[in-house]
Ligand binder design. Structure first.
Ligand code: SAM
Length: 204
């Protein structure tokens, strides 16, 4: 999986590849799918949700240009796999998941792996997490119609936010937003397909 990310997908940030190499993806997928854990596919998890494709995890993580001191907000924790990868690279991860069973399972997996710098909350992540804001980086792992305003407000100046954005719920474009002192700069990184971001500032 790591060789494919480096050679075929041209993921160049070795710290991202090292972090992904150190997290056992098979621990985050259902028992019946463990044999497929290191293929480059999204896979179903509980509650009709998915664990993202390894390439997308690598790409979104790389686009955040993480620093060890960063505090990161993650919206859509799902299985907890992306949270675990982020946890290897930054000082603190604040992960929100709207489905209670998934939030509980993600928390259990992270504890079982001894990962102590991730806080998991069950809530609508389109509202951000005001108590711990502002964040250096924000990663949204579900597709919304636009960037939720609270997330822009909770991003530090100089910070970066990565999110799939699309006018319909089936396909999106991967967007990176950088907050400068006086505006938000958007860049696009190609098509992608995520489950919908459902919430007050997402799909209803
Ligand atoms: N990155 C995750 C992983 O590694 O397993 C996969 C995330 S999955 C593609 C998207 C997740 O976003 C789903 O678990 C879904 O329940 C969650 N989600 C959707 N809307 C949300 C919201 N408003 N707040 C928090 N989580 C949300």
């Amino acid at each position: 999986m790591i060789r494919k990310l480096r050679d075929d997908y041209k993921i160049a940030d070795e710290s991202v590849l090292t972090a992904m190499d150190s997290v056992p993806r098979d621990f985050f997928v259902p028992t019946a799918l463990k044999s497929q854990a290191y293929r480059d596919n999204a896979l179903p998890i509980s509650a009709n949700q998915t664990i993202s494709q390894p390439y997308i995890v690598a790409k979104m993580t790389e686009l955040l240009e993480l620093k060890p001191s960063d505090r990161v907000l993650e919206v859509g924790a799902g299985s907890g796999y992306q949270s675990a990868v982020l946890a290897k690279l930054v000082s603190a991860v604040f992960a929100i998941e709207r489905i209670p069973a998934l939030a509980a399972e993600a928390n259990e997996r992270l504890r079982a792996l001894g990962i102590a710098n991730v806080s998991v909350n069950c809530a609508d992540g389109t509202n951000g997490w005001e108590m711990y804001a502002p964040f250096d980086k924000i990663l949204v792992a579900a597709g919304g119609p636009e960037v939720p305003r609270p997330l822009l407000d909770q991003l530090k100046v100089g910070g970066k936010l990565v999110i799939p954005i699309g006018a319909d719920q089936k396909s999106q474009s991967l967007v990176r937003v950088t907050r400068t002192p006086n505006r938000f700069v958007n860049e696009e990184f190609g098509p992608c397909s995520f489950v919908p971001l459902i919430g007050a500032h997402g799909w209803k």
